[in-house]
Design a protein around this ligand. Structure first.
Ligand SMILES: Nc1ncnc2c1ncn2[C@@H]1O[C@H](COP(=O)(O)OP(=O)(O)OP(=O)(O)O)[C@@H](O)[C@H]1O
Length: 787
């Protein structure tokens, strides 16, 4: 696009303009209706088109005059009111004039027509620009689609990400272009219909999977529009690119389903009335289509993402005069549009660093801008805008004016309050809307504070500085949140690694050196290494965030030093951040306890299974008189571990420790005692008959581990008298005891298995009479260990 003051309608000039087409930095000046004039070479994969909308009822008036001087086709009859002026003039399908010269009306002075220009009138800039395509007022959405996004379908089919942005001032027609109305569907719907047609056409050679998401970025928060809930976090992944954690992806089969989804999403979109648009969207709406194509012949998989963004309307904060929440909202819109403009300019300039991280919107669209992505920017303009009336102001500043300014602000806040109150009541009737109430309460607090400061004549904190501090704290809060997320994930990774290491250690104690065991070792080793690397990477990220946090703290302290009146306000922000950090800390600790408990429960269950199995082995060996003193000792040791024997006891607790296990034998008639007697008989030359019971008598009130210990007790297992040790080491944790018990159980099983297999190979001792119940278990019933 080129600006030229000279006549551009000569064929030579036009040819030269087309050759030198460059992209304007239109969006880098979001507050201005007229694009900046700095010129850049066009980026090959960024196309800029302009759509000019017809005037609406406000801009069209009863006492209007017919405007014939513009290149609007004859069939379009437009009437314009006198208090609006023409902003753009469409020259042809590629050229526009911004702020065109209007036909000079005769200017009379003392009844004499003057030849010169009316000096009281603002001069027109009359800037000419060329774009890839210009759509004048009579162009419908279908024509816009054909010449803007239609060609993107081919790129998508080849696996390139594409993005479409609708940009423009509030009320310029962005939503009309993107979503449209049921009778005139917008380009989102038309592009999707074309995509479905293409899918049908290519279905012989490819399999398609399509999923859509629709979200908004409002005040730097990402929210799912199809599934409203709390704000979502952005995650970046080397494999999948930028992801929105927790967003719901909807699979759609026909474009008809889409309109309902878009309408449903738009209903959830944040809207507030502005001067230019009664239903102004105050957020960036991002519609994304994920496409996965599998080639039937080769099995090649291609993925592509289409992002269609209806940007929030841009406006100048000083022009709107908004305060409070509306001002913050406007500031956030402009901030993110500026960030988007900077990214596009960096890409157009071919710079290596593109500042994607400057806003949520650019972070979200990182993989849809630049590189091989195709981008279409649709700049929307209203053909006419309200005339700007200039007022002469005296540059007088005194205390009264200063206070007066705040009185005005208070009045405006009051107005906004009553508007919000009415909205809140309405919402309350429908459904208790927490977010709105919070906003209202925040505003009320702000208002009360201002009022109190005014009445006490105290020093007022400038709204601008306060907002800067708020932004710094917001940034800090995001950092704290990110840091805690990282800590949480580090804690999880660390725990998983330790569990894997424990499994590896157990594996060493269990199986003989088979290729399977070596393979399992290798796999676990790889996992452990991967977890270690992840932990290191997380630690580095945490350290980086910490550095940025310290820099932010420095900035805040500098601001407080410069404006001491900020201190109370900053302290309040600090307190709120501290509370937030505490709540995050609690969340992490709760999660850690949950994970540990889960692990503990799993181990208890393993232990219980093993206890039953070890007892079986013990009884069989005992029954065959294969128990060596060494094995018996191991078994006794293990049973003691199961009972919770402590290596070191504290003087004040040792009486109630192991001694209490003697109660396990108290009931002479209990099943375990009956079994015990049978085992005793078997070990003194008798036989174990089939009446020997192996069932576990689960007592509901006893903890599971204790039940295992009870079952494991046999005649050989008598606890040694408790030794009184004072001080020294701390007692072992139940977790360590459990692990030890599990390891011992494995070792015992392994030893008994080897014993049994050695005896089975060499045959039973001569003279030993085997009853059916004494015979070794058939191979199929044996534990699945291989030698
Ligand atoms: N090309 C068009 N033809 C007819 N009416 C249009 C056209 N474009 C926009 N309008 C009308 O203009 C009004 C404002 O349009 P729209 O809501 O799309 O603006 P917007 O740029 O999305 O505004 P905001 O940024 O405030 O949300 C709507 O009533 C819409 O129907």
């Amino acid at each position: 696009m080129v600006k030229s003051k000279r006549d551009v309608n000569t064929p030579r000039r036009r040819a030269s303009l087309t050759r030198n087409r460059t992209i304007s930095r239109a969006i880098s000046r979001p507050t201005s209706a007229v694009p900046a004039v700095a010129l850049q070479p066009v980026a090959p994969n960024i196309r800029v088109v302009v759509r000019v909308r017809p005037p609406n009822e406000n801009e069209q008036g009863e006492n209007s005059r017919q405007v014939l001087e513009y290149d609007i086709p004859k069939h379009v009859k437009l009437k314009y009111s006198n208090d609006s002026r023409t902003v753009v003039k469409v020259v042809d399908d590629q050229m526009l004039i911004f702020d065109p010269k209007e036909e000079a009306q005769a200017f009379f002075f003392h009844g004499v027509q003057q030849r010169g220009r009316d000096l009281l009138k603002k001069s027109h800039k009359d800037m000419q620009f060329m774009f890839d395509k210009v759509f004048s007022v009579e162009c419908g959405n279908d024509e816009v689609f054909l010449h803007s996004t239609h060609s993107l379908i081919t790129s998508l089919m080849e696996g390139y990400n594409c993005s479409v942005f609708a940009y423009g001032a509030t009320g310029a027609g962005k939503t009309f272009t993107m979503t449209g109305k049921p009778e005139t569907p917008g380009i989102t719907f038309l592009t999707m219909t074309e995509l479905f047609n293409k899918r049908e056409e290519l279905s012989i050679e490819r399999e398609f999977e399509l999923g859509i998401t629709y979200l908004e970025v409002y005040n730097e928060l990402v929210k799912d529009l199809l599934n409203p809930g709390p704000p979502l976090q952005l995650r970046e992944d080397g494999k999948y690119g930028v992801m929105v954690a927790g967003i719901k992806v909807y699979k759609i089969e026909k474009s008809d389903e889409l309109f309902t989804l878009l309408e449903q999403g738009n209903r959830n979109r944040t809207q507030h009335p502005t001067d230019a648009n009664a239903e102004s969207s105050r957020s960036h709406a991002v519609f994304q289509v994920y496409i996965q194509m599998t080639m039937k012949g080769t099995g090649e998989v291609r993925t592509a993402k289409l992002s269609m963004i209806d940007l929030a309307g841009s406006e100048r904060g000083s022009a709107t005069g908004y305060v409070g929440a509306r001002f913050t909202e406007g500031a956030n819109i402009n901030k993110s549009l500026l960030a988007l403009g900077n990214c596009i300019n960096s890409l157009a300039d071919g710079q290596r660093h593109v500042p994607y991280r400057d806003s949520k919107l650019t972070r979200l669209l990182k993989d849809s801008l630049g590189g091989n992505c195709q981008t279409v920017m649709i700049a929307n303009y209203a053909i006419r805008a309200k005339k700007i009336k200039s007022h002469v102001k005296r540059n007088l500043v005194n205390v009264e004016l200063h206070v007066g300014h705040y009185v005005k602000m208070v009045e405006e806040l009051q107005k906004e309050n009553s508007h919000l109150k009415a909205q809140l009541n309405e919402e309350k009737n429908k459904n208790d809307n927490g977010e709105l109430r919070q906003e209202y309460e925040k505003l009320q607090r702000e208002y009360d504070k201002l009022k109190a400061q005014l009445s006490s004549g105290g020093q007022l904190v400038s709204e601008e500085i306060k907002q800067k501090v708020e932004e710094l704290f917001k940034e800090k809060r995001e950092m704290v949140e990110r840091q805690f997320q990282l800590l949480k994930s580090e804690m999880g990774t660390n725990l998983r690694r330790r569990i894997k290491e424990e499994i590896d250690a157990r594996l060493s104690g269990v199986c003989t050196n088979t290729p399977e065991k070596r393979e399992a070792h290798r796999k676990i080793g790889n996992m452990v290494d991967r977890f270690k690397k992840q932990e290191d990477a997380i630690k580095t990220d945490i350290a980086l965030i910490e550095t940025s946090r310290l820099e932010l703290d420095k900035k805040i302290n500098d601001m407080v030093n410069e404006h001491p009146e900020l201190e109370a306000f900053v302290n309040l922000q600090r307190k709120s951040l501290e509370n937030f950090a505490l709540s995050q800390q609690v969340e992490i600790e709760q999660r850690q306890s949950e994970l540990l408990l889960e692990d503990h429960t799993t181990k208890c269950a393993q232990l219980e299974k093993m206890a039953v199995f070890v007892k079986k082995c013990y009884l069989i060996l005992q029954g065959h008189d294969f128990m060596t003193p060494d094995l018996t000792k191991q078994y006794q040791e293990m049973a003691l571990d199961f009972q919770g024997r402590k290596n070191v006891k504290w003087a004040e607790t040792c009486d109630s420790g192991v001694g209490s296990s003697s109660t396990l034998f108290d009931d002479e008639n209990s099943k375990s005692n009956r079994n015990k007697r049978k085992i005793e008989e078997a070990s003194t030359g008798g036989t174990l008959d089939s009446t020997f019971t192996m069932s576990i008598n689960l007592t509901p009130n006893k903890p599971k581990v204790k039940i295992c210990a009870e079952q494991l007790m046999s005649k050989a297992v008598k606890p040694p008298p408790a030794k009184r040790l004072v001080g020294g080491l701390s007692p072992k944790s139940p977790k360590t005891r459990d692990n030890k018990a599990v390891r011992r159980a494995f070792q015992a099983i392994e030893s008994s298995r080897m014993m049994l297999s050695a005896k089975t190979k060499t045959g039973f001792r001569a003279g030993t009479k085997l009853t059916t119940s004494q015979k070794p278990a058939p191979l199929a019933d044996r534990p699945p260990f291989r030698s």
